[in-house]
Design a binder for this molecule. Structure first.
Ligand SMILES: *[C@@H]1O[C@H](CO)[C@@H](O)[C@H](O)[C@H]1NC(C)=O
Ligand SMILES: *[C@@H]1O[C@H](CO)[C@@H](O)[C@H](O)[C@H]1NC(C)=O
Ligand SMILES: *[C@@H]1O[C@H](CO)[C@@H](O)[C@H](O)[C@H]1NC(C)=O
Ligand SMILES: *[C@@H]1O[C@H](CO)[C@@H](O)[C@H](O)[C@H]1NC(C)=O
Ligand SMILES: *[C@@H]1O[C@H](CO)[C@@H](O)[C@H](O)[C@H]1NC(C)=O
Ligand SMILES: *[C@@H]1O[C@H](CO)[C@@H](O)[C@H](O)[C@H]1NC(C)=O
Ligand SMILES: *[C@@H]1O[C@H](CO)[C@@H](O)[C@H](O)[C@H]1NC(C)=O
Ligand SMILES: *[C@@H]1O[C@H](CO)[C@@H](O)[C@H](O)[C@H]1NC(C)=O
Length: 505
């Protein structure tokens, strides 16, 4: 009794300083969650207290936030970070208090990034702002965990229900340079090397463009939660061109004549895209050819009968020998002739060598051998020349908007082909077509690049725009008709919106 009384009596007597120490400790019954380094935390609701501890680090940290639901037309939560050490939850940074070392992480398409020093840790506070959204937070000492990758996926091409799609390049490729006295060029039937590093985990997301994913949050967790279309027929890594290693998907089960939007996610949280493309109409008959080590760039439909044994496409495994044999023979013979030049010892150009010439010839040969089937661009359905072009034709050059015709759309280099004149087919290596189709002409740059890269004694001559180049090549798209590099009407053979103007090989 006496003890109790004395305890009660002593309570108000606690020194003020001790009281001040006890108060925060009581509030701390509600403890903030600590975010762990180099990992992603997912929240389906804003926690209580609505703030997180950021661990102290001797190196700069990158804090990323990604919204996983809702849309940017709704209120969105706000994320406020401070890198000053303040322990009291009452002192959590807010969007209104501001102060030194208090920063708001702005959201752009549902993604926010902030990098700074946290020598003794910090706090990330979330303001609900009337928003009910799920979100992720990443804390990293090794670059952002959530990211919008600037390089885009690449469309190979489509059929009525398939699409061949490549990821952005994930590892560069340095072609080994042969040198004198052992100047050896690769054999025609070469096998591809392997990437040296680890292949990231890639996920392809295909959605009909009518779902309008491009206007929603551009984050991995949001995009992967949306309904997808198509199924993966095959997935391989592929060295399509000098830009480096990419992942390659052959997708099936798509709907004919439909606009699609594609994204590639790298390691779940890094987003590349969108690109847009359209599947061909239901009557489109040409099957896809791809994954040819001797023609690594070829990834489009060609005018052959359907692949044997109901295979989904032609690859090196089922392409008829009477097509590959002449192709490899041309390439072998060309290489033999080329190496009669003292490659690597005498120089025909300060910029290029025999190896560059061989690659340029291969690109040209493959684009000529594998005639490309296509259809008018979706954004430009009337844009192709009707009627078979005569060998002497000079028309078909790219036309862009002009002062006189500001609405002029750019026509693709499409030439209708029928079964009536099999001898007039572009590629004697392919059998006469058994159905009518539209041929997409190779870009003239496949020829001019070879002309530039090869020694003069080979006598390579590309047709010129003044004569009949446009009857057999797409002219004026990439380079201007008089050869100004990149000065053409579109500056490129294709774009991210699904337009393809000529075949770059
Ligand atoms: C907080 O980060 C900013 C930006 O990186 C930096 O200028 C400031 O010195 C940091 N404050 C502390 C206490 O480290
Ligand atoms: C010459 O180079 C090729 C390919 O680079 C290599 O396989 C071969 O071993 C080399 N030969 C000599 C004698 O160094
Ligand atoms: C090309 O090489 C691969 C193996 O490296 C072989 O299986 C294939 O038969 C060759 N193709 C031709 C047409 O020689
Ligand atoms: C890819 O995912 C697998 C399993 O999901 C995982 O074991 C692997 O570490 C991941 N690779 C990379 C490079 O992230
Ligand atoms: C993929 O799509 C095709 C065409 O719709 C269908 O026949 C096939 O069963 C699908 N495969 C899977 C695994 O869903
Ligand atoms: C390649 O050269 C060989 C030998 O000279 C010849 O028999 C063959 O017909 C040539 N190939 C082509 C496609 O011209
Ligand atoms: C596809 O998109 C283009 C515009 O890029 C549009 O003109 C066309 O009507 C769309 N096609 C379909 C089937 O929605
Ligand atoms: C290749 O062989 C197939 C039959 O195996 C034949 O139908 C086709 O016409 C041949 N191609 C050429 C260019 O001779």
């Amino acid at each position: 009794m006496t003890t109790a009384t004395s305890t009660t009596a002593r309570k108000p007597m606690l020194p003020l300083s001790l009281l001040l120490l006890l108060l925060p400790a009581l509030t701390f019954a509600q403890t903030r969650q600590e975010l762990s380094l180099n990992s992603v935390a997912f929240f389906n609701t804003i926690p209580n207290p609505p703030s997180f501890v950021i661990p102290g680090q001797g190196v700069p940290l990158t804090i990323t936030v990604a919204l996983c639901s809702g849309s940017s037309s709704q209120p969105m939560p706000r994320f406020i970070v401070t890198n000053s050490t303040n322990n009291a939850i009452e002192d959590d940074p807010t969007s209104t208090t501001g102060g030194p070392d208090v920063f708001e992480i702005g959201l752009d398409d549902g993604l926010g990034t902030w990098t700074g020093e946290f020598p003794s840790g910090g706090v990330l506070a979330v303001e609900e702002n009337g928003a009910q959204m799920t979100f992720e937070i990443g804390v990293s000492n090794d670059g952002p965990i959530h990211e919008h990758i600037t390089s885009l996926p690449l469309l190979g091409d489509t059929t009525s229900n398939q699409a061949l799609i490549f990821s952005h390049p994930f590892e560069s490729f340095d072609r080994p340079k042969p040198s004198y006295p052992n100047y050896t060029l690769p054999v025609a039937n070469q096998t591809l090397p392997s990437p040296t590093g680890n292949t990231p985990n890639f996920t392809l997301i295909l959605s009909p463009t009518s779902n309008n994913l491009a206007a929603r949050h551009q984050t991995g967790c949001f995009l992967s939660s949306q309904p997808k279309e198509g199924n993966i027929t095959s997935e391989t890594i592929w060295l399509k061109d000098q830009q480096g290693w990419r992942d390659q998907w052959l997708m099936g089960g798509l709907t004919p004549a439909t606009n699609y939007t594609a994204y590639v996610l790298q390691d779940t949280n890094k987003v590349s895209g969108p690109i847009f493309f359209a599947t061909k109409s239901a009557s489109f008959s040409c099957p896809l050819v791809h994954s040819l080590p001797y023609c690594p760039g070829i990834s489009y439909p060609i005018p052959l009968p359907a692949p044997p044994s109901a295979a989904p496409s032609y690859t090196t495994l089922n392409l008829p020998q009477n097509i590959t044999d002449p192709l490899l023979s041309y390439l072998t013979n060309f290489t033999t002739t080329l190496t009669t030049f003292a490659c690597g010892r005498d120089w025909y150009s300060p910029l290029v060598g025999c190896d560059d010439c061989q690659i340029a010839y291969r690109t040209w040969l493959c684009s000529i051998t594998f005639t490309r089937c296509s259809e008018p661009s979706p954004s430009n359905p009337n844009a192709f020349t009707t009627g078979t072009v005569e060998p002497t034709a000079t028309g078909l050059s790219a036309l862009g908007p002009s002062k006189k015709h500001p609405d002029q759309k750019v026509f693709s280099a499409l030439v209708p082909q029928d079964t009536a004149r099999p001898e007039a087919r572009r590629s004697p290596t392919l059998p006469p077509p058994s159905y009518a189709y539209d041929m997409l002409l190779p870009c003239i740059e496949t020829c001019t690049a070879m002309d530039r890269a090869c020694p003069a004694f080979l006598g390579i001559k590309c047709p010129t725009a003044q004569f009949n180049a446009a009857a057999s090549y797409g002219v004026g798209y990439v380079d201007s008709a008089d050869g100004d590099q990149g000065g053409g009407v579109t500056g490129n053979a294709a774009d991210q919106w699904g337009n393809v103007w000529c075949n770059p090989g």
